[in-house]
Ligand binder design. Structure first.
Ligand code: EPZ
Length: 419
């Protein structure tokens, strides 16, 4: 059993380097299988469990995957031997569904087990399927696997019913090697959607408009290997920004794109925290009093659902009432029960939580119920009086590289126990 043990009350000070974005990397790695010639050398890949899973899946499909150094992978997909992604790793994680779009694009067929991932809601894939079918693929689900096949894929207009990161990326992958032009409307605009489009363009794709509501994809005949560097992780950065404020510290968060953090910076400023933006860094510190605020999650450029859970922890300890509305996932409040064990005053009503700030949280044993809930518990432990033990930290390892080392370097008292 693994757990994190934190003695709270230390003020975080110093600087921290943010890794490459998990949700970009987990789409870019499956997309690398679309290069039929040459090698992809991808830098700034975070060293997290979800990436390790994808490396194993790529190898199981016949790709050669070499770790050039800590955060750089070289992928050669010239001799892919299988279009069947049906291993435990595929079932374990969400992003394995990008192999459907990537394999369909290059080989016009794929069989991929239905994906797992954080238990934060129903997580349907109807919009992915709608997109593949519109491009001309036949999609069936048999024995827990999605099977897609097409004689040809033809470009078309697709209007998504909901704004979905996964569906936008997956259908963009499929359309990249289709014949003719595809226009995707009502798409997700998250920085990682733009990063995947940039990666595909570096391999020879012709994609315009990523980051706006409409993406135009002119199908190309083939993709070739390229050198690419993944963007910094907006969510990891947001987590450290919140931890800095929660401990009333002074932390410079480096290797970030401040524009991607605007909704988080704005909310922290509204609470009374100080934010100083540099070219590729943000300094976050507290001078004076903080106050409760209302937070409503929304697709980019709105406040990210993935930062809602860490933010909730901070709101538990600032004076006044805060209201948190979760509009993306119907089951992303499990961390509230864990926070209550630490003395938080929270009332959950459906997708809304009403938080009355308390003077302090107190340490106890809590569970990381999912990835970002785990980050929320780490921040709770950092500010709580006494010792906090966080169990089920494999969720945290899926998305945060060396979390305890990074917080230790900022002055926290946190360590990992493996029994
Ligand atoms: C991505 O999940 C992220 N995961 C999630 O991050 C993130 O919370 C989410 O986007 C929203 O930003 C990865 O990138 C691997 P969606 P995804 O499709 O793509 C509904 C984290 O903590 N929907 O944008 O699965 C869905 O139910 C993780 O790092 C449909 O109805 O999310 C949800 O309400 C957790 N039909 C909304 O759309 C579909 O076909 C947004 O989901 C697809 C989605």
């Amino acid at each position: 059993m693994k757990k994190l043990v934190i003695s709270g009350g230390k003020v975080l000070k110093g600087s921290v380097e943010i890794n490459g974005a998990k949700n970009a990397a987990v789409a870019i790695l499956p997309a690398a299988i679309m290069a039929s010639e040459g090698k992809c050398v991808i830098e700034n890949i975070p060293d997290i469990e979800d990436v390790h899973c994808l490396e194993r899946i790529l190898k199981s499909l016949g790709c050669s995957v070499n770790k050039i150094c800590n955060n750089t992978l070289e992928i050669d997909a010239t001799d892919v031997t299988s279009i069947n992604a049906c291993t435990d790793d595929v079932r374990k994680m969400r992003a394995s569904y990008y192999f459907i779009g990537a394999l369909l694009s290059r080989f016009k067929k794929a069989r991929v087990e239905l994906p797992g991932g954080c238990p934060i809601g129903v997580r349907p894939i109807d919009q992915h399927i709608k997109g593949f079918e519109a491009l001309g693929a036949k999609v069936t689900i048999e024995h827990g696997a999605v099977i897609v096949e097409a004689e040809h894929l033809y470009g078309t207009n697709i209007f998504f019913d909901v704004v979905s990161v996964g569906a936008t990326i997956n259908v963009m992958l499929a359309a990249t090697l289709a014949e003719g032009t595809t226009i995707l409307e009502n798409v997700a605009k998250e920085p990682h959607v733009v990063d995947v489009a940039n990666f595909l363009n570096s391999m020879g794709a012709d994609i315009k408009g990523a980051g706006t509501d409409v993406i135009r994809i002119k199908g190309v005949k083939k993709l070739v290997g390229c050198d690419y560097s993944v963007i910094p992780d907006q969510i990891e950065a947001g987590t450290f920004m919140i931890a800095a404020v929660a401990t009333k510290g002074d932390v410079t968060i480096k290797n970030v794109i401040p524009k991607h953090l605007e909704s988080i910076s704005a909310k922290l400023s509204e609470m009374g925290a100080k934010i100083e933006e540099g070219d590729d860094s943000v300094r976050v510190y507290v001078e004076g009093d903080l106050r409760g605020v209302n937070v409503k999650t929304a697709p980019y450029p709105g406040f990210p659902t993935d930062v809602q859970q860490p933010m909730s922890t901070l709101l538990c300890i600032v004076p006044g009432r805060s209201i948190v509305s979760e509009s993306i996932w119907e089951n992303r409040f499990k961390h509230m029960d864990e926070l209550k064990k630490m003395g938080a005053n929270i009332k959950v009503e459906g997708r809304t939580s009403i938080i009355e700030g308390v003077e302090k949280l107190t340490g106890t044993q809590v569970i990381a119920t999912d990835l970002r809930a785990g980050a929320a518990m780490v921040i709770a432990g950092l500010v709580a009086k006494g010792q906090t033990e966080i169990l089920e930290i494999e969720h945290i390892d899926r998305g945060y590289p060396n979390i305890e080392d990074k917080f230790t370097a900022l002055g926290a008292d946190i360590y990992r126990v493996e029994e």
